[in-house]
Design a protein around this ligand. Structure first.
Ligand code: PLP
Length: 358
C-alpha cells in the first residue's frame, strides 16, 4: 500500500480503520442499498449515525445533560464570530488570552461584535508559549474568557486550563480528544474537525445550555446556538458525511481508550523533543512547559537547510513537514491517528540529516 507518513496540520491523518470502514460501506450503507452520502438526513439510517456520534462524544468526555453537543458548519473560524454573537451581549466585556495566530484571529472577530479585553498577551513572543495564570488580568463580570488550547501554527499548548469566574470558552480545534479534560470547567468548547477528529466541513461545539439563552432575539436563525440545540443540529441539512466519519473516529477512540491515547500522544511527542533537546543543530520553537503534543515545531540553522530537510524527508515518505507559511521552519503534526512507526522513522531521519549537514 502506498500510504505515507502524513504530518499535515489539517486536514490530517485519520485512523486507517475508519477510512477502510468508510470505503467498505461507501456503496451500501448498513444494508440500505444507498451510500451514506445519498441517505436523507431525516431517514433512520442517518439518524442512527448522528445520534451515535453525539452519544460517543458524550461518553468519551463524560458530558452531563447540562451540555449540548452540536455539529455546525463554517469551521472553527465561524465559531470565532458565533461565540461573541451569542455570548457577548448587554454591553459586557469578553476576556481573551492571546497565545498566537489562532487566538489573534478569534480576538479580531470578537472585536467586530463587542467589547474585548486581551487579558494576557504573548501572541508575538518567540520562543512561543501560552500565557501563565499569574499574568492574566480578568475583567470583573466578564461575559466569558476565551482561550486557544493548542496553537496549531506555533506549537504551544496549555497543559492546564486557567480557573476563571466567568465561563471558560476554548478553541480546541487541534487537540480536541487528544487528552481527557473535565467539560465542567468549560462553558463552551469548539473544534474544527479536520485536525484530530475527521474531515473538514464540520465543527463540534459543546455548550452549556443555559449560556445559549443569552442570544439577542434578532440574531439570524442559523447563527443562534439555541436553533441547533432545539433541533439536535438538524435544523437544516448537516454535513452528514463528515459527521459519519467523526462517528467512525469516535468508535476508534473508544476502542483505543482516551487515557491511553493521551499517554501515547505524549510519548510520541517526547521522542521528537528528545532529539531536539540533545541537538545543537535543531532548535525547538516553543518554551519547554508549553510544548504541544500535537504540533512539534522547530528550526534548523538556515532556511536553506529547512528546505532541504523537507525535500529529503518527503523522498522517504515523510510528508507535510513544512512549517506554516506565516512562520516558516518545520512542523510535525502528530495527531491521535499518527502511527508510532512514523515517529521512529522521522527520528532516524532527523539524526541522519543532522550528521550529514552539521
Ligand atoms: C485550524 C484551526 C482553526 C480554523 O479552522 P477552520 O475549520 O479552518 O475554520 C481555528 N483554530 C485552531 C486552533 C485551528 O487549528
Amino acid at each position: 500500500m502506498a500510504r505515507v507518513y502524513n504530518f499535515c496540520a489539517g486536514p490530517a491523518v485519520l485512523p486507517e480503520e475508519a477510512l477502510l470502514e468508510a470505503q467498505m460501506e461507501l456503496l451500501d450503507f448498513n444494508g440500505s442499498g444507498m451510500s451514506v452520502l445519498e441517505c436523507s438526513h431525516r431517514g433512520k439510517e442517518y439518524a442512527a449515525v448522528h445520534d451515535e456520534c453525539v452519544a460517543n462524544l458524550k461518553k468519551l468526555l463524560k458530558i452531563s445533560d447540562d451540555y449540548a453537543v452540536l455539529f455546525l458548519q463554517g469551521g472553527a473560524s465561524t465559531q470565532f464570530a458565533m461565540v461573541p454573537i451569542n455570548l457577548l451581549v448587554n454591553g459586557q466585556t469578553a476576556d481573551y488570552l492571546n497565545s498566537g495566530a489562532w487566538a489573534s484571529k478569534a480576538i479580531k472577530e470578537a472585536k467586530l461584535i463587542g467589547k474585548v479585553n486581551v487579558a494576557a498577551d504573548c501572541g508575538k513572543e518567540i520562543p512561543t508559549r501560552v500565557p501563565s495564570e499569574k499574568e492574566m488580568k480578568f475583567t470583573p463580570g466578564a461575559a466569558y474568557v476565551h482561550i486557544t488550547s493548542n496553537e496549531t501554527i506555533s506549537g504551544a499548548q496549555y497543559k492546564s486550563f486557567p480557573k476563571t469566574e466567568a465561563p471558560l470558552v476554548a478553541d480546541m480545534s487541534s487537540d480536541f480528544l487528544s487528552r481527557p479534560f473535565d467539560m465542567n470547567q468549560f462553558g463552551l468548547v469548539y473544534a474544527g474537525a479536520q485536525k484530530n477528529l475527521g474531515p473538514a466541513g464540520v465543527a463540534v461545539v459543546i455548550i452549556r445550555k443555559d449560556l445559549a439563552g443569552r442570544v439577542p432575539a434578532n440574531t439570524p436563525t442559523m447563527l443562534k446556538y439555541t436553533t441547533h440545540i432545539e433541533n439536535n443540529s438538524l435544523y437544516n441539512t448537516p454535513p452528514c458525511f463528515a459527521i459519519y466519519m467523526i462517528n467512525l473516529v469516535t468508535r476508534w477512540i473508544q476502542k483505543m481508550g482516551l487515557e491511553n491515547l493521551y499517554k501515547q500522544n505524549r510519548a510520541k511527542a517526547q521522542k521528537i523533543y528528545d532529539v531536539l533537546d540533545s541537538s545543537k543543530f535543531y532548535k525547538a520553537t516553543a518554551v519547554k512547559e508549553c510544548r504541544s503534543d500535537m504540533n512539534v515545531t522547530f528550526r534548523l540553522p538556515s532556511e536553506q537547510l529547512e528546505e532541504m530537510f523537507v525535500k529529503e524527508a518527503s523522498q522517504q515518505k515523510l510528508k507535510g513537514l513544512k512549517g506554516h507559511r506565516s512562520v516558516g521552519g518545520i512542523r510535525a503534526s502528530i495527531y491521535n491517528a499518527f502511527p508510532l512507526k512514523g515517529i521512529d522513522t522521522l527520528v532516524s531521519f532527523m539524526k541522519e540529516f543532522e550528521k550529514k549537514n552539521s
